[in-house]
Design a protein. Structure first.
Length: 156
């Protein structure tokens, strides 16, 4: 029986190869996910759809489901010409906020309150509700999901 030869590897080469394997295996789930989720399109809320018919009239708001993974949006018809769309996820701890009542959006978990611009006006939340641009177009409201969330103090 012949003795087996053992190849010696430097510590540096070994650590380099192990690091490359770890980085590669960590990136695989990210690469596999890319392209598997559908692109986000703008949302059209037709007044003819029973779920959104209330939005024909100022002062009304509805939840808008847009993702199985996220809490719904809140689309709020403020006036004849103004509509706003906010995340329903409270920036304090992520609870689902209520639809607006008397121009205030309230979080049932810890009492945070937000004004008609989404700004925190009470409770533990310090950040505003994230907003997405939306507008009234004919007999519908378009929520511009492709544009993404507005930055604080940014307007549509």
């Amino acid at each position: 029986m012949e003795p087996r030869m053992i190849r010696r590897t430097s510590r540096r080469k070994f650590l380099t190869e192990v690091s490359a394997i770890m980085v590669g295996s960590a990136a695989l789930p990210l690469l596999a996910r890319k392209g598997s989720e559908p692109a986000v399109d703008n949302i059209v809320l037709s007044f003819g759809d029973q779920k959104y018919s209330k939005l024909q009239y100022p002062g009304n708001a509805v939840y808008v489901e847009y993702s199985k993974k996220e809490l719904p949006l809140i689309t709020w018809r403020e006036s004849e010409t103004v509509v706003r769309t906010f995340s329903s996820k409270c920036p304090h701890l992520g609870c689902k906020v209520h639809l607006p009542s008397e121009n205030v959006i309230k979080c049932p978990c810890h009492g945070s309150r937000f004004d008609k611009d989404g700004k925190a006006i009470g409770g533990p939340a310090k950040k505003p509700l994230p907003e997405i641009c939306s507008e009234i177009k004919g007999n519908s409201i378009v929520v511009y999901m492709k544009n993404g969330w507005l930055k604080p103090d940014q307007t549509c």
